[in-house]
Design a binder for this molecule. Sequence first.
Ligand code: ATP
Length: 374
Amino acid sequence: MTNKTDPTGDVRLKGISKTYGAFTAVHPLDLTVPQGSFFALLGASGCGKTTTLRMIAGLEEPSSGTVSLGDQDVTALPPYKRPVNTVFQSYALFPHLDIFENVAFGLRRRGVKSVKKQVGEMLDLVQLGEQARKKPHQLSGGQQQRVAVARALINHPKVLLLDEPLGALDLKLRRQMQLELKRIQTEVGITFVHVTHDQEEAMTMADTVAVMNAGRVEQLGAPTDLYENPRTTFVANFLGTSNFIEAEIDSQSGEEIVLKAGGGKLVLPEARCGAPTTTGGKVLVGVRPEKISLTHADDAGEIPEGRNRITGRIADSSFIGVSTQYVVDSPVCSDFEVYAQNIDRDPRLVPGAEVVLHWNPAHTFGLDAAQDAD
Ligand code: ATP
């Protein structure tokens, strides 16, 4: 289908914004989505992701800025003249037409006479070749959504926009369709811009995720990068759970920063510090619950050297099969969360037990405490 290096599939937003009266739904935004990537706009309801998508589609007029596809400025073009197509949550299939005719619709409207081969290929792509003569109501929700994708792809758009396309499906079907959409995108090689509020969905499917908050892109990156190196507490908490410790920079040597927290010290790799690294500066130290080990205080001597450690007391524990979730009260952080795998679980680790929490310093990230408080 589309050439993977076709530059017309690049989406470039320059300073686009959207205001409704005095309310700013999208603040001026610069964003480049490279051809062939699977890009997700992720954020809570009302953060401006659908408005951004609709500006790319031409369904919403930007209050400022430009939208370009490759080198072509399409800001003034109506939706039907843009080489993009949109798949909505409501599949919007024609109920009286069968699946074949639903998919053929765009071709017939353009006056294409012989549609059989193209529609057949497209139905094979979405694995519905056997269902061509059924009506939409005879298909499952996931199958109907695949018809909607096939119908949107039949005219070979440069960019496919997906607005919460899996929102109406139950969880199991959602998971299947996530993998299915990813496979289709890899096969057709065109740019997909996908809007979702589901962090797991964005992380599973997208090469690049833009986390939006209150009309702004708070952080943009590969899923692993966003998870490992969040730059704000919002991003850290939107993509999973994180513990935070308020700390102060004590010293810096080479690639490591040493921080004071409570009476103890913590080490943070400089590369993972999003705050200025001046001595005395405040840093919010983050560590994910699954990176932490829990050792009974009586065995503290067995903890290897070089690990970050804090002391505390177990406030609560929930056994959930493969792992146990602990909540630990500590002088540097109340409600510290720890997810520990249940391999050789220590029976002494019950509420009230004194413990040491410890982790590899490489799993620590640092946020700018001052900026995050803004
Ligand atoms: P959701 O997931 O609920 O669709 P979203 O992140 O996609 O949320 P948008 O639909 O982009 O959010 O809306 C962003 C903000 O702009 C919301 O506060 C919404 O109420 C507001 N908004 C959207 N369309 C209009 C409109 N036509 N007039 C006034 N305000 C609007």
